[in-house]
Design a binder for this molecule. Structure first.
Ligand code: CTP
Length: 391
């Protein structure tokens, strides 16, 4: 589906539709009222071979266009060109026309190709909106630097149709990469109960594991995501999410799903120790501070490493504060892993809570690859590229 908004770059969309049709795509256009001043619905309808929608309600025949149905039919939604105003509405959930209601109810991946004058593009509000949309998991098709309709030269020209088609083709090619493969991914912390109100936990946010689950699903994998207590949402239809709290619950679920998994990635920060006993009632303040006796949890990854057969790929994480490489190599060997992803708490922008990460991957043969600081989404792509080499 293509969503067109009121920018002069709309004149390029008929050409884009022709290119997409040549690639075998079915194209459905939804346009805002302002977009109709730049390109005619008739042209778009002839080229796409489908009716073009702008309004939810047709005054002539009284028919209603369901934005929910439009959104659910699409494999991808491409907003192009998207103006500063529509970017702002998308980022803030303002749905004041058919295109925006369709956008809000669409469950498919969204791509957006902004087009505007350079000062509008440079404005911090636009920057914030774009960041927010990327945060929603949408893909920015960056505008190019060039001559703009205002006569000024700078960033703001919508990407050329040929390149937009390339971005979409890459997306569909990637979507088939892990088709039919089963992934088991763990994420987040575990909570080890002390009494009904208290627990021992850690600072893991689960962002890395969720980014991995989302990225694997986008490449066609069927993902079972076992999540400790986190404040994250995931809606991809190929992700089955199972919430657990303790290390033991996580272990039980891993045992259940591991035998069928082609790839297992343990990115959860699993507690190494748990209270020997859980007090049945809230522990009261006494004269003496209470002593909490701990016992070790199962090392899930080590256990899976023992059970793994030759066709299965097993990936672990190592979070280290010192002797990083040495410790990571030891874990790789002791836990019988194919890859270990090392993140050091010493690196700025890596570790807990943040949206970025800086990793080193070591493989079974001892090959070490250092990656620069990237978003957790990009880091997930790097890890999956390495997994793809193994399956
Ligand atoms: N892990 C696990 N089960 C545990 C502890 C850790 O499956 N009970 C997994 C983690 O998910 C991670 C890897 O083991 O993929 C390494 O975790 P980390 O905490 O870095 O290392 P540990 O093996 O726990 O060793 P240490 O705490 O001594 O560094």
């Amino acid at each position: 589906m293509i969503g067109i908004t009121g920018s002069i770059a709309a004149y390029k969309i008929p050409f884009l539709i022709r290119l997409l049709k040549k690639e075998g795509a079915e194209v459905q256009v939804v346009m805002t009222p302002a977009a109709r001043d730049f390109v005619t619905p008739l042209t778009l309808s002839v080229l796409s071979g489908n009716p073009v929608y702008t309004y939810p309600f047709d005054e002539d025949d009284g028919s209603w266009t369901s934005h929910v149905e439009l959104g659910s039919r699409a494999d991808v939604m491409l907003m192009a060109p998207v103006t500063a105003a529509t970017l702002g509405k998308m980022a803030n959930g303002i749905a004041d026309n058919l295109l925006l209601t369709t956008y809000l109810s669409a469950k498919c991946p969204v791509f957006f190709a902004p087009a505007m004058d350079l000062d509008m593009y440079r404005h911090p509000a636009t920057g914030e909106n774009i960041k927010k949309l990327i945060g929603f998991g949408h893909t920015l098709i960056e505008p190019q630097v060039g001559e703009l309709a205002s006569g000024l030269t700078g960033a703001g020209r919508m990407e050329e149709p040929e390149n937009i088609v390339k971005v979409l083709k890459d997306h569909f090619a990637k979507r088939r990469q892990f088709a039919g493969k089963k992934f088991l991914i763990t994420a987040g912390p575990t909570y080890e109960a002390i009494d009904p109100v208290r627990f021992i936990g850690n600072h893991s946010s689960g962002k890395m594991g969720f980014a991995l689950a989302e990225a694997a699903a986008e490449k066609g994998a069927e993902v079972t995501l076992i999540a400790g207590p986190v404040k994250l949402e995931i809606t991809h239809p190929l992700v089955r999410r199972i919430d657990v709290a303790s290390a033991n619950e996580m272990y039980e679920m891993c045992k259940k799903y591991f035998p069928a998994a082609d790839v297992t990635v343990m990115s959860a920060a699993v507690a190494d120790f748990t209270p020997e006993e859980i007090a049945p009632q809230k522990i009261k303040k006494g004269d003496q501070p209470p002593e909490i006796k701990l016992k070790p949890t199962v090392d899930i990854l080590r256990q899976l490493g023992r059970e793994k057969d030759s066709g299965q790929v097993l990936v672990g994480f190592a979070l280290e504060t010192d002797n990083e490489l040495e410790n990571a190599r030891l874990k790789l060997k002791n836990k019988n892993l194919d890859l270990i992803v090392l993140n050091s708490l010493k690196e700025q922008g890596a570790g807990f809570g943040v949206s970025t990460n800086k990793i080193t991957i070591i493989d079974k043969n001892g090959k070490q690859t250092d990656y620069p600081l990237k978003s957790k989404k990009e880091v997930a792509e790097d890890i999956l590229d390495r997994i793809a080499e193994l399956i």
